[in-house]
Design a protein around this ligand. Structure first.
Ligand code: CP
Ligand code: NVA
Length: 305
């Protein structure tokens, strides 16, 4: 599996390739037609076994803007939902389409599509990772603080989930730091954390105010991710105090911004006054999903002719 031929994890791409994608995303934001129509005549299959607003719409619109066609494939409708193996799905889709974007539960399923198919695969969120989200987040952060990210400090408040794991991958690759505040028992994936720790890219705290101290970016996510609905009550108890409010923002740098991948729960992980306030960049962040993913689609599926 050529890691450059897919986008399964930020950890699989070199810093140079990540920067190339972010630079291209900036060019596409400035001029949505900067690349012409590199996906002319090409089709992206989009498999969803979980819900989505941003990922679905931004990939579909982005593919269209690049001259291609996107197919929305809900697991309610395709045979994956009835147990058809990932390997067979990969082999069959490779005969029809030119790329696959998948949002699902197991990271192994995304990797299986890449292993058994012969076309690029893009991870649109798994239980482990959300790499496309972090590309959009990095584009947002660069617009605010410049493209040299090495002095950046990102404070993550809450669940050590898929989005947190991808932040850690990005910090290890691009040389910035993530200060995490997670309740005990809700730390990031141990292997992802160990890699970030080895790169000197992460510090783990238990108190949100400690993690937020001096941070340029304060970010969080829901207490219960998709697939964890049955744990919601237990998580609500565990995450008491793990939210971003004006007090937490006051601990951060004077010019700190607030990010959230969305959807958000105001009054749970974030106060309305923060997400709807002057430090919030969440709408730019959501918009940047489109530009960052168009860059990734162009790099993976674009015609070279
Ligand atoms: N942030 C994000 O991935 O949003 P959706 O779940 O709406 O795609
Ligand atoms: N952590 C959240 C992100 C949603 C975009 C989830 O996995 O549900």
């Amino acid at each position: 599996m050529d890691p450059n031929g897919h986008f399964l994890s930020i950890a699989n791409w070199s810093p140079q390739r990540l920067r190339e994608a972010l630079d291209l995303a900036d060019r596409l934001k400035a001029d949505p037609k900067a690349c012409g129509r590199p996906l002319e005549g090409k089709t992206l299959a989009m498999i969803f076994t979980k819900s989505s607003t941003r990922t679905r719409v931004s990939f579909e619109v982005g593919t269209h803007q690049l001259g291609g066609q996107a197919l929305f494939l809900s697991s309610r409708d395709i045979q994956i939902g009835r147990g058809e193996p990932i390997a067979d799905t990969a082999r069959v889709l490779s005969r029809y389409v030119h790329g696959i974007m998948i949002r699902t539960f197991a990271q192994a399923d995304v990797e299986g599509l890449a292993r058994y198919g012969s076309i690029p695969v893009i991870n649109g969120l798994t239980d482990l990772l959300h790499p496309c989200q972090i590309m959009a987040d990095l584009q947002t952060v660069r617009a605010e603080f410049g493209s040299g990210l090495s002095r950046l400090v990102v404070a993550w408040i809450g669940d050590g989930n898929n989005v947190a794991n991808s932040w850690l991958n990005a910090a290890a690759k691009l040389g910035f730091r993530v200060r995490l505040a997670c309740p005990r028992g809700y730390d990031p994936d141990p292997a992802v954390f160990a890699a970030a720790e080895a790169a000197g890219a992460v510090e783990l705290f238990r108190a949100p105010a400690e993690a937020a101290a001096g941070a340029h970016v304060v970010t969080t996510d829901v207490w219960a991710s998709m697939g964890q609905e049955e744990e919601a009550a237990e998580r609500a108890r565990a995450f008491e105090g793990y939210y971003v409010d004006a007090g937490i923002m006051a601990r951060a740098a004077d010019d700190a911004i607030f990010l959230h991948c969305l959807p958000a729960h105001r009054g749970e992980e974030v106060a309305a006054g923060v997400i709807d306030g002057p430090a919030s960049r969440v709408w730019d962040e959501a918009e940047n999903r489109l530009h960052a993913q168009k860059a990734i689609l162009t790099m993976l599926m674009g015609s070279t002719s």
